[in-house]
Design a protein around this ligand. Sequence first.
Ligand code: ADP
Length: 300
Amino acid sequence: MAFTPLQLPDYREQSPEVAERFRTIRERPVVLKVTDLCKSFGVNGSTHVAFENFSLDIHRREFICIIGPSGCGKSTLIRIIAGLDEQTSGHMLVDGKEVGGPSPERGMVFQGYTLFPWLTVKRNVMFGLQMGGTSALDAEGKALQWLKVVGLARFAEAYPDQLSGGMKQRVAIARALAPNPRVLLMDEPFGALDALTRCKMQSYLLQIWKEINVTVLFITHDLDEACYLADRIIVMSANPGRVAEVIENPVPRPRRVAQMLSPEFLALKHRLDELIHGPADAEEEILPVVKLTEAGDEVE
Ligand code: ADP
């Protein structure tokens, strides 16, 4: 039987409630303003441009996802915004003030598990606060409060190796949120988790984000994740990394996993797929399969 593709709406079509949401987001102040950011590396005497001319205004409490193929500069970009690397040119402002170098106003959650294994969960969350000058007593109070928010108050005295991957990332989120950052930067934070835990963590993050006043910049290469989480999606292309398209997500909020099968979700996902992997009707690349004999020799 011939395959008939689904008739999907245009991914730019917005219901009145979604259009209204974007109108109110645009009216909010800009928390993070990135202008003409470029990064190049010197490689064997020549210059390799990781990404160029990256500009973006993120409004208060907006949830932005950046998606793109491997090598388009996503991690380099977010590390620069976090102040962990330096841009070659361009500017970043937080609340209108130029920033450079790391600061608690830009909290970061990484893909790998980055908790200190020798500290308890509570002390991991306290660590950054105390480094920032908060007294031990206040840091402890805040840490316990944030552990409650991420549902891990019972594990305050546990050590990271006693936690599952999802729980470790919840502690990492509490640690990043404890100093009240203006922007939460997340670099594929659920990339190392199995599919089910990942899905739970996405819903969990949306719940936390709904409760607190934080703006999120989230890197992913997972199309479903971007469609499920984001207000706007920044799609990047590679070689060198550039913004290919900025898309307003037509999927209404509050989001539920069941919406992943809604026409607007599928239309958006289809567009992302097209931008990242090329048009759906393009010839599929057929990779040669080498047949081996039982002895492991190539069959002629
Ligand atoms: P992504 O996160 O989208 O996969 P990266 O930010 O890791 O992309 O990398 C973007 C580009 O910059 C890649 O071509 C990568 O090889 C290059 N790159 C990243 N870090 C370095 C480095 N320290 N030195 C040289 N090239 C680098």
